[in-house]
Design a binder for this molecule. Structure first.
Ligand SMILES: Cc1ncc(COP(=O)(O)O)c(C=O)c1O
Length: 439
C-alpha cells in the first residue's frame, strides 16, 4: 500500500468531482503528471483528515524512518504543522515561553491558541549580525520562574545554527514543559551521520520539518513529528488540531511527493547524494578559505552557506552577485550573506558561486557596520487580545510607547521585530525610519 503506487496505477474512472481540470492540464502541458494525480478523496483513496489505508501506511513508513511515535503529512507548509502542534498543547491563557527568533507562523499559533506568551531571547553573534543558540542555563532559570506549558524554539535557525536540543529537552522535562522544535530547515538531518541528530532523536517532544527547504520536495510539503515518549497527548489530539487548520481538499500530488521524497532520502541513492553534496560543500569552502571568504562554522548546518567576504558588506556583496552574476541569495545583512543548498544543489552551481565570490573586489580598511538587534519585547497585552482589539492609525513618530496593533516582520527571515500587544520602543521607530529610507 503506497500513495505512489495508488496514483501511478490508477484504474480508469470517469470522475465527476472536483478538481475541474479532469486530471489533465487545461492551460499548459508542463505539469501533466501533477494534473494526472490531482484527485479529491475518491472512494478508496483514503482521507488525510482520517487516514485508514494508503495515507496511514505512508505516514507509518515515514514515522519508522524518522523513529517517531507518529508522523503526520501536511500539504500546507510547516506553517500548518506549527499551528496544529501549538493548538494541541496550549489552552487559552496557558503560559508559554517562546524563542524570539521563531518564524511568524508561531505567532499566528499563539494568537489562535490564546496563549499567554513570554519571549526568550536567543544568544546573538554581533560579528555576524545573527541570532545563534539557546543558552541552556538561562533557559533553565527562566523555566523555573513560571509554570510554562511549552517552550517553542527553532533549530536549526534560519541562518543554520543548531542548539543543544538534548540538553534543552532534559531541562524541559525537569520543568514539566513540552518542547516544540521548529526544525523546518533540518529535514535532511535524519539521513546522514555527518549531519546533526534530529530534534526528535535528541528528545524533543514535537518537531516540524519543511520538506521543500532542503529536502527537495515541492513547496508546502511538511511533516509533523511526535516523539514516542510524549505521553500527555494522544495522536488523535494532533489529528484533530490538524483537521482544524488543514484544507478539506488536500493535494494528492503533494502527498505523493512527500512519500517519494522520504523514500528517496532513505534509499542508498539518496544517502549517496547527501554525502556527495556535503563533500562538494567542503571542497567549495576549502577553495575559498584563502580568498578572503569566511564561513560561519560554530554549531552550524554546513548546508547553509553563511559567509562574509573581507572588505565588502553583506548587502553590497549580495548586490554585486545579483547584478553582475545573477546569483540570488536567501538573505543578507550588513555583514554576511546566506546561500541555501539542498539535495538538488549541483556542483556546477557551487562552482559558479565560488568563482563569483573570488572575483568580487574588496576595499582596503573596510569596516563592517555594527549589527543591531531588537530589544527585549515590552509586552502589554496578550497577542490574541491585541490582535482583535479596536485600533487606529497614527504617524509612527507619535507612537512611542503606544501598544502596537500590527506587526513588523522583515521577510526573509519572517521573524517578527514587533507584534500586536507590544509597546513601540525607540528602537522600532529607528528601524522603520532606516528601512523606509532604504526602500
Ligand atoms: C524556521 C521556519 N519555520 C517555519 C517556516 C514556515 O514554513 P512554510 O513556508 O513551509 O509554511 C519557515 C519559512 O520560511 C521558516 O523559516
Amino acid at each position: 500500500m503506497s500513495i505512489i503506487k495508488l496514483l501511478n496505477n490508477k484504474p480508469k474512472r470517469t470522475i465527476f468531482t472536483t478538481p475541474s481540470h479532469n486530471q489533465n492540464p487545461v492551460y499548459s502541458k508542463e505539469y501533466k503528471n501533477f494534473y494526472r494525480d490531482d484527485v479529491s478523496e475518491l472512494e478508496g483513496y483514503d482521507n488525510l483528515s482520517h487516514p485508514e489505508s494508503y495515507i496511514l501506511k505512508a505516514q507509518a513508513y515515514v514515522s519508522g524512518v524518522f523513529g517517531t511515535g507518529q508522523t503526520f503529512f501536511v500539504t500546507q507548509g510547516a506553517t500548518t504543522a506549527i499551528l496544529a502542534a501549538i493548538k494541541t498543547i496550549v489552552n487559552p491563557d496557558n503560559k508559554v515561553l517562546v524563542a524570539r527568533n521563531c518564524h511568524k507562523s508561531v505567532f499566528s499559533a499563539l494568537v489562535l491558541s490564546c496563549a499567554d506568551v513570554d519571549w526568550f531571547m536567543p544568544e546573538v553573534d554581533e560579528d555576524w549580525g545573527i541570532y545563534t543558540h539557546i543558552d541552556t542555563k538561562k533557559l533553565d532559570s527562566t523555566l523555573k520562574l513560571n509554570d510554562y506549558k511549552a517552550f517553542i524554539m527553532t533549530s536549526p535557525t534560519y541562518e543554520g545554527i543548531n542548539s543543544d536540543i538534548n540538553e534543552i529537552a532534559n531541562i524541559c522535562r525537569q520543568n514539566n514543559t513540552v518542547l516544540v522544535v521548529d526544525e523546518a530547515h533540518g529535514a535532511l538531518y535524519n539521513f546522514s551521520d555527518k549531519l546533526p541528530k534530529t530534534a526528535i532523536e535528541q528528545g524533543a517532544d514535537i518537531s516540524i520539518n519543511s520538506l521543500h527547504k532542503s529536502a527537495g520536495a515541492l513547496n508546502q510539503t511538511a511533516l509533523l513529528h511526535i516523539n514516542k515518549n510524549i505521553f500527555r497527548y494522544q495522536n488523535s489530539d494532533f489529528q484533530s488540531s490538524l483537521n482544524l487548520f488543514h484544507t478539506t481538499s488536500p493535494s494528492y500530488p503533494l502527498l505523493k511527493n512527500i512519500e517519494q521524497c522520504i523514500r528517496f532520502l532513505d534509499s542508498k541513492k539518496g544517502k549517496k547524494q547527501i554525502d556527495s553534496l556535503l563533500s562538494d560543500i567542503n571542497n567549495f569552502k576549502s577553495a575559498l578559505k584563502d580568498k578572503g571568504v569566511e564561513f560561519y562554522e560554530e554549531n552550524h548546518d554546513s548546508m547553509k552557506l553563511l559567509l562574509r567576504k573581507k572588505g565588502v558588506s553583506g548587502n553590497k556583496l549580495s548586490e554585486i552577485l545579483f547584478d553582475k552574476y545573477k546569483i540570488e541569495d536567501e538573505m543578507n545583512n550588513s555583514i554576511c550573506c546566506l546561500y541555501l543548498t539542498g539535495i538538488g544543489t549541483q556542483n556546477a552551481k557551487l562552482n559558479k558561486l565560488k568563482n563569483a565570490l573570488i572575483e568580487v573586489p574588496c576595499e582596503n580598511n573596510f569596516e563592517y557596520e555594527k549589527a543591531e538587534f531588537q530589544p527585549h519585547p515590552n509586552t502589554k497585552l496578550k497577542p490574541w487580545q491585541a490582535f482583535s482589539m479596536k485600533h487606529h492609525i497614527k504617524n509612527s513618530e507619535d507612537s512611542l510607547l503606544d501598544i502596537s496593533a500590527d506587526m513588523i516582520i522583515p521577510y526573509p527571515p519572517g521573524i517578527g521585530i514587533l507584534y500586536p500587544g507590544e509597546a513601540i520602543q525607540k528602537w522600532h521607530l529607528k528601524y522603520l525610519d532606516k528601512t523606509i529610507n532604504v526602500i
